[in-house]
Design a protein around this ligand. Sequence first.
Ligand code: MN3
Length: 200
Amino acid sequence: MAFVQEPLPYDFNALEPYGVKAETFEYHYGKHHKAYVDNLNKLTEGTELADKSLEEVIKTSFKDSSKTGIFNNAAQVWNHTFFWNSLKPAGGGAPTGELAAKIDQAFGSFDKFKEEFSNAAATQFGSGWAWLIDDGGTLKVIKTPNAENPLAHGQKALLTLDVWEHAYYIDFRNARPAYIKNFLDQVVNWDFAAENLAKA
Ligand code: MN3
């Protein structure tokens, strides 16, 4: 059974009014994300990993230095699907309920969280990801290089932002801070983060 690219949870042009062009999804979803899926299928075809879940492939290959290529592609497949869901049209605003309470508890306030998250996303040198995670009941902001993700470390991801240059070059050119601000102001999907927090 081959690994499949999950459908984008909205139309390519759904985020146009909120700072993210359809062209970004044509490249980022249509070419970059698709290439990770295609590469993963090529690398695992005919091996025992081909029949494992994507999550199992990520956890297994992360610990095996002979499987770096498989890890990189598998994690990038998962990371991008998670990232598409971390965005929504007319997103932004502030979380509510238990998620809001846990953010206040961990960071002091929502503004402090935004500061810490923005800082992590801006200072990830080169390619990588910024994450809000639930680490054994405590919320944390972390950044990871390249394809690395919380799943590989046994942590629960709540939300992510792709800070590879390919994620923002069409909309914001080299201005990563403007891309981060637009994410938090206009497209971040707090409903998705709250759903992840509620999962066992
Ligand atoms: Mn990307």
